[in-house]
Write a protein that binds this ligand. Structure first.
Ligand SMILES: *Cc1c(COP(=O)(O)O)cnc(C)c1O
Length: 381
């Protein structure tokens, strides 16, 4: 069987070879393999220099100060550190989030509820957007934090972070955003958007798995309770030997994203148009992704009357998913689609197509063709 066409870039991306080249230089005996925390010799200093250069790359990508970047193992850990780390240092007991956040945020909220915190879950609109007005209405005297994602991983729909951030800042409430899907793809500016905490991950932007970062605003005097105890690395917020090769990979991947943001956005938008023009010819299809406010590389489509799992099985030539990789083990319809008020049967018949840097027009055409044929066959027409 030929290799399927990879249309699951929202689950993870291949590592760009330019990124791999940078990483390899920090591993073997003839490279800079030192421990960045070794202060007594050149091996350590060189590794530290590479880590600090990457910190500058991440900071510049979001208009932050390098001292505000904390390395983590990925966006899941960044979300945990942001939510639990802030909650356990605070006297306020109330958090606001949305019902379609990534599980890393939702499960932290569930855990915090068990610890006596109160959480308001906002219901987004039909496209998956949460408004600043909804946030404003949910604010309480004891609200500590608002956590609203940048781009939803199942839908590709993007929130207006600036307007939400403005409400948070003017009410003295912390604003966290999980930007794993939007970082490097849409402009992000922690100053202009009033962001206090921001989670990001390397493996969604052609970097390696197992590395991410949390932006932590300094001027808020924000102290996060560490979730990992040890040597006191990363200003005491995240202990553990810094994986220099992973960090260098994240920095290089981020720099490539920022450098080529406009051209890559245009290239992916063209592929999206191409894909949608094919898909719209299939009767009774519904696009769940917001028509304008989105990352171009994710489209969520429902095929009425066709079961999504059956469709997946009937499409061995396509590597796609019926939701996020994290929930695809369950047979429940996607909680994200349900959270938009979409009926169970349509939610069940929806697939997420996500493409990226290495997708070409021929793959899009072939994928759309396979879809049209298979949906038609399953509908018995
Ligand atoms: C992928 C993803 C995560 C998890 O990131 P990891 O680095 O794999 O832990 C969190 N949030 C969103 C929105 C994601 O897309």
């Amino acid at each position: 069987m030929p290799t399927p066409i990879y249309l699951d870039y929202a689950a993870t991306t291949p590592v760009d070879t330019r990124v791999i080249e940078r990483m390899v230089a920090h591993m073997s005996v003839d490279g800079d393999f030192g421990n960045p925390a070794s202060r007594s010799h050149a091996f350590g200093w060189q590794a530290e220099e590479a880590v600090e250069a990457a910190r500058v790359q991440i900071a510049e990508a979001i208009n932050a100060d390098p001292r505000e970047i904390v390395w983590t193992s990925g966006a899941t850990e960044s979300d945990n550190l942001a939510l639990k780390g802030a909650a356990f240092e605070a006297s306020r007991r109330h958090l606001i989030t949305s019902s379609i956040e990534h599980k890393a945020v939702l499960d932290c909220c569930g855990f915090l509820q068990q610890q006596g915190f109160e959480v308001t879950y906002l219901t987004p609109d039909a496209w998956g957007r949460t408004s600043a007005e909804q946030v404003r209405e949910a604010l309480r005297e004891d609200t500590l934090m608002v956590s609203i994602m940048h781009v939803n991983n199942e839908l590709g729909t993007a929130n207006d972070l600036r307007s939400i951030g403005e409400v948070c800042r003017s009410n003295g409430v912390l604003f966290h955003t999980d930007a794993a899907q939007g970082f490097g793809k849409l402009p992000l500016d922690v100053e202009a958007m009033y962001i206090d905490l921001l989670s990001l991950s390397a493996h969604k932007i052609y970097g390696p798995k197992g590395i991410g970062a949390l932006y932590v605003r300094r001027s808020q005097g924000l102290q996060l309770a560490p979730q990992m105890h040890g040597g006191g690395h990363e200003m005491g917020m995240r202990s553990g030997t810094l994986p220099a090769q992973q960090i260098v990979g994240l920095g290089a991947a981020a720099q490539l994203m920022v450098e080529h943001m406009d051209s890559e956005h245009a290239q992916l938008s063209a592929l999206r148009q191409r894909f949608l023009s094919h898909v719209r010819q299939i009767p009774d299809t519904v696009v769940h992704t917001h028509p304008e406010q989105h990352v171009p590389g994710i489209v969520n489509v429902g095929f009425a009357g066709v079961d999504g799992e059956t469709l997946l099985l009937a499409l061995p030539g396509l590597a796609v998913s019926s939701g996020s990789a994290c929930t695809s083990a369950s047979v429940e319809p996607s909680f994200v689609l349900r959270g938009l008020g979409i009926a169970d049967d349509l939610a069940h018949s929806s697939l997420r197509f996500s493409f990226g840097r290495f997708t070409d027009a021929a793959e899009i055409d072939s994928a759309a063709q396979q879809l049209a044929t298979t949906v038609g066959r399953l509908r018995g027409s």
